[in-house]
Design a protein around this ligand. Structure first.
Ligand code: SF4
Length: 212
């Protein structure tokens, strides 16, 4: 067996067993992305495209490593990897600091994407985590996104913090409600060759993406 095949098969096979890979509910991270993709997911459209998985597998691995490291360091004031669900919306909150009411989401990325960090979808995501956590009677003051470049080092870590704002989370919920109420698939919103071909499971006969 080719070593590359062996490595990729093992990593993808292992990732497939994880609950998050198999989840069919709409995850918080999908809100604010491509409406057509979320529509397809809501309507159980068959997944026809074999996507590239290594970036998300590396992201998962780093999340696990950060969780272990924070536990080992024992700050004694963190809740890690909290599963949250409210009105059919599901997500995992990476880190919550009860004493500060702080929600933190780690984002693995590339140095070339740091200039656009954070985008609106990422801000909605972390505000939604704050919203879902607030439904469990936790105090929420701030939400933070932390970009960690896979091809960078400590100097490239970017932290974006903003006040928790329930109205921003509600905007995101309205976006999702509108997609849920659609009776036909909305137009393609992502770039065919920069995103869809490699990262969308619905890329194929039913959707060719948008432009290039
Ligand atoms: S292929 Fe691209 S445009 Fe089509 S649903 Fe997927 S992400 Fe959206």
């Amino acid at each position: 067996m080719e070593i590359q095949d062996m490595l990729v098969k093992a990593l993808v096979g292992f990732d497939n067993k994880r609950e998050r890979s198999q989840q069919t509910e709409i995850g918080v991270s999908s809100v604010g992305g491509c409406r057509r993709q979320v529509y397809f997911q809501l309507h159980n459209e068959p997944k026809v495209n074999q996507t590239l998985r290594l970036p998300s597998i590396m992201g998962t691995a780093l999340h696990g490593h950060i969780e272990k490291a924070l536990t080992h360091y024992d700050f004694g004031r963190f809740d890690l990897e909290i599963e949250v669900e409210f009105e059919g919306l599901k997500g995992h909150v990476d880190c919550y600091i009860p004493s500060e009411g702080a929600v933190i989401d780690w984002k693995t990325t590339k140095k070339s994407s740091l200039a656009k960090f954070p985008d609106n979808q990422q801000r909605w995501q972390v505000q939604l985590y704050g919203y879902l956590l607030s439904k469990t009677d936790r105090k929420i003051e701030t939400v933070s996104l932390v970009a960690i470049a896979r091809d960078g080092d400590e100097r490239h870590i970017l932290v974006h913090t903003e006040k928790y704002d329930e109205e921003i989370a509600k905007e995101a919920l309205v976006w999702l409600k509108e997609v849920k109420e659609m009776t036909e698939a909305p137009p393609a919103e992502r770039s065919a060759y920069q995103f869809c071909k490699h990262y969308c499971v619905y890329y194929g006969d039913n959707c060719q993406g948008k432009g290039r």
